[in-house]
Write a protein that binds this ligand. Structure first.
Ligand code: TMP
Ligand code: ASP
Length: 237
């Protein structure tokens, strides 16, 4: 597999063409940003953890019937993925109140929701990814009504599968963000599933084991990423 032209550089990953038209080469970076790029830094070996942890999760999701863009690992920090036509939405699923929901509703972090909450955000850095609903999505033509419902349904299914894995690793899945795309007319899960895109708390101590340690300057950032990877790997091997 050959890495060709750089197609796109995001905050955490670079995406390259390959010699096979239907695949992209994704290279995970150690660069970290928060608050829409206002805060910048590096998390040593984040690229390695996020690449390999995402691969583990994608494999488990595939087994459980969720189509994902993941094809195979190419190196510690690189993976081969299907070239999706991305839907410009973020699907956030929440089990416990934290982050922006805590601020928006004035509810303390840690409040247990009586059922999972699904939210949609329109991906636009200049607008700061505004929250939208199904009717905005269909009216703006970002996705059909059917696809909008499908990605929310898939988000909830991913939630159950990830919770099942993480509980065995002593980790509570607080919330997470997914991105989807279309490939050969079908909806696929894309992007990554990592401590950058999820909130993980230790079940016993409620210690944060995710990017909030970087966002909020809590220290032991690298240790948290490594700890989640170590625990999940142990559960799945
Ligand atoms: P929020 O509480 O800031 O809305 O975040 C909800 C979840 O989505 C949390 O697990 C972090 C993740 N997330 C991203 O992956 N990318 C983003 O740009 C934001 C704002 C959140
Ligand atoms: N990744 C996003 C950014 O740079 C937000 C975040 O994860 O907090 O700004």
């Amino acid at each position: 597999m050959e890495k060709l032209e750089l197609k796109y550089e995001g905050k955490a990953k670079r995406v390259y063409d390959t010699d096979e038209k239907e695949y992209f080469w994704v290279a995970y970076k150690d660069d970290a940003t928060a608050f829409n790029g206002e805060k910048k830094g590096q998390i040593v070996d984040k690229g390695l953890v996020n690449n390999q942890l995402s691969a583990l999760f994608f494999e488990e999701l595939e087994k459980a019937g969720i189509p994902t863009h993941f094809v195979r690992l190419l190196s510690d920090r690189d993976m081969l993925v299907r070239r999706l036509d991305m839907i410009p939405l973020e699907v956030v699923v929440r089990n416990i109140v934290a982050g922006s929901l805590s601020k928006r509703l004035g509810v303390e972090e840690g409040f247990e929701l009586s059922r999972p909450v699904v939210e949609l955000y329109y991906k636009d850095d200049a607008l700061g990814d505004p929250m939208v609903n199904e009717s905005h999505v269909a009216a703006m033509g970002w996705a059909s009504g059917e696809t909008a419902r499908k990605i929310q349904e898939m988000g909830l299914k991913v939630n159950s599968i990830l919770q099942g894995i993480l509980v065995k690793a002593g980790i509570q899945l607080i919330d997470f963000k997914l991105e989807f795309g279309i490939y050969e007319g079908k909806v696929y899960l894309g992007d990554e599933i990592s401590p950058d895109t999820c909130r993980y708390w230790d079940i016993e101590t409620r210690e944060k084991l995710d990017k909030d340690r970087f966002r909020r300057d809590l220290g032991k950032v690298e240790e948290a990423y490594q700890e989640v990877y170590r625990r999940v790997k142990a559960v799945l091997s």
